[in-house]
Structure formats: structure tokens, C-alpha cells
Design a protein around this ligand. Structure first.
Ligand SMILES: [Zn+2]
Length: 315
């Protein structure tokens, strides 16, 4: 692997290949129930490394250059999904410091103070340290006093509820919260004026549906409505055209179908990103672009992982 990576940095084998990185949050402080999310310190060295060894480029610019066959080697685009407030308060200053362009794909229903269903579950767990009633997720009563047990159980609860049709899922989340005596909710997502602010700061805004459903659980008409409403709201709030889309959850054939792709095309989007791993080249379907989320905790592994993604499409 080492010789592969050295030859990667000495030859233009990554020309006309784009690596798209997929982040969600950048935490101000580490969070025991979200160990996969980078904190500001980690995100800072990640962005410093991108600036030093790669060519950070906006996703829209990357797609244009790729189309004309002029994408320079080692081009990498940074993206965020969902529209977290810490994208504005924590990530943006770091992106500015290292001059890294980025795109944020936003689910617009969470712009009025209510958090996403998965965060509501994690925050409920964060505020309970004893027996929890998880009957709604088919687990009965579970003791979550041990931190590892709490993390694993919280993740399992999210997974158990993920694929229900959105109204059923949300009703189950409400029942879960009520049957455990509630919790204090702190706003986690950007509101309309904060979305305008991050857009005005030069961050590209992309669509991500209104309610963040698994699109494949909806009828085609419902999918159309979810995406159209989201696109119109974001465009209205930012006063800009919204031409990029990210599929919620993003597994091709599981979370989205060929019909979903047709809806996205019909609504005039220029490209759409999935969560399938790999690089993007001129042969890629521009409506199911690959991305990956870096998970390494050391700069060397982070750098090697991106290099391997260009070399064989497997980060
Ligand atoms: Zn999402």
C-alpha cells in the first residue's frame, strides 16, 4: 500500500477523478453518543491536510471541470449533509482559515427548532442513565447505565426505526420520548437566516428533501413533493438556484430507485450525490455520484485513505 501511495503523489493518476468527502457535523466538543463525528480539532487537521496535499474544489466547479476533461489531479470536494448549526458556527471558520470550498445539503423541515428524529433519540439517551423503555423499538426495558451499552443501544434504536415510513417513524419516536419521561431539546439545525448566512459566506447550498425520508419508502408523487418543496424553500431563503441534491441515507437501490433519480432529473438538478463509496470520473452517472466519510483518527491514515480512493475506488 505504501508504494502505491508514494506513486500516487508522484504521478497524475488522479487526473479527472474527483473524491467527494461526506461530513455531517463538526462538534465543538467530543460527544460520547456521536463518536464518529469529528470535533473542531480533528476537522482542523483534516482540512489543513486537504489544503497541503490535495486540491480542494467546490462540488459544482469540480463537476464542470470533470465534464470538460480539465479536472486537475488530487481534486477533492467537501460536503456536509442535513444542515447542522455547527456547520456555520464550528466548521465555517475552519473552512475559511484553510480556504476550503464546501457544499451543505439541507433538509428544510428542521429549520424551525425541531431536531432530526435520530438526534432526538440520541439526545434522549444522553439524558438518561438507568433503565429505559425501548418497547417501541422491540427491545423492552434496557439498562443503559454503562456508556458502551448506552452507545450500542442508542445506535440499535436508531437502526430499528430508520426504515419506517416517516409519519410512522416520527410517531414511534414521540412514544419513545414520552415513555421515558421526555428530555430537554437544544436546537441543532440552522434556521432560514443562518442558511442565508452560510450561503452568503460562499458555501454552496444543496437540496436533501424537506423531511429527510428514505425516499424509497414513498410513492413517486410523494418523493416529487418532498424534493420540490425543499428545493423551492432553499432557493427562496438563499436567493440562489439550488442545483445539487443529496439522497437521504443515499444507498443506491436501497434508499433510492431509478424512479427517484428520474424525479431529481425532472426537477432540474444538475447532479446528485449518494453515499456509495468510490471516486467520480467522466463515466460516472452524475445523478448517483459516489462519496465517502473519512473515519480515521490519524493524519497519515486519513491521507492514505483518500489516496487509495483515487487509486482503486476503495477508501
Ligand atoms: Zn441526511
Amino acid at each position: 500500500m505504501l508504494s502505491n501511495i508514494i506513486s500516487f503523489f508522484s504521478r497524475p493518476i488522479s487526473r479527472n477523478k474527483l473524491t467527494i468527502l461526506n461530513f455531517h457535523q463538526v462538534l465543538a466538543h467530543k460527544d460520547a453518543l456521536r463518536p464518529w463525528e469529528p470535533d473542531s480539532e480533528k476537522f482542523n487537521w483534516q482540512m489543513a491536510l486537504l489544503r497541503k496535499y490535495f486540491r480542494p474544489i467546490s462540488l459544482s466547479q469540480g463537476m464542470k471541470l470533470l465534464e470538460s476533461g480539465q479536472l486537475p489531479s488530487r481534486s477533492v470536494a467537501v460536503t456536509f449533509d442535513d444542515g447542522y448549526l455547527n456547520n456555520l458556527t464550528v466548521a465555517l471558520p475552519i473552512l475559511k482559515k484553510h480556504k476550503i470550498p464546501a457544499t451543505v445539503f439541507i433538509a428544510s423541515a428542521f429549520s424551525e427548532g425541531k431536531n432530526m428524529w435520530n438526534d432526538r433519540i440520541l439526545d434522549l439517551f444522553a439524558q438518561h442513565n438507568d433503565m429505559m423503555d425501548l418497547s417501541v423499538a422491540g427491545m423492552g426495558h434496557v439498562d443503559v447505565s454503562a456508556p458502551e451499552k448506552k452507545l450500542a443501544t442508542a445506535q440499535k434504536t436508531v437502526l430499528e426505526l430508520k426504515y419506517f415510513e416517516p409519519s410512522v417513524r416520527d410517531e414511534k419516536v414521540e412514544r419513545l420520548i414520552t415513555s421515558n419521561g421526555g428530555y430537554v431539546e437544544a436546537r441543532k439545525m440552522m434556521n432560514a437566516s443562518e442558511i442565508k448566512e452560510i450561503s452568503d459566506a460562499g458555501i454552496e447550498i444543496g437540496a436533501h428533501t424537506h423531511n429527510h425520508p428514505i425516499l424509497n419508502t414513498l410513492t413517486v408523487a410523494e418523493q416529487y413533493q418532498e424534493i420540490k418543496q425543499n428545493q423551492e424553500l432553499l432557493s427562496h431563503w438563499t436567493n440562489k438556484a439550488v442545483t445539487g441534491f443529496a439522497y437521504p441515507n443515499g444507498k443506491v437501490g436501497i434508499d433510492l430507485s431509478a424512479e427517484t433519480v428520474n424525479v431529481v432529473k425532472e426537477l432540474g438538478f444538475d447532479y446528485a450525490v449518494s453515499t456509495e463509496w468510490g471516486y467520480v470520473n467522466q463515466q460516472s452517472n452524475r445523478y448517483t455520484l459516489n462519496r465517502f466519510t473519512p473515519w480515521d483518527n490519524t493524519p497519515w491514515k486519513f491521507q492514505a485513505r483518500i489516496a487509495m480512493n483515487y487509486i482503486n475506488g476503495k477508501p
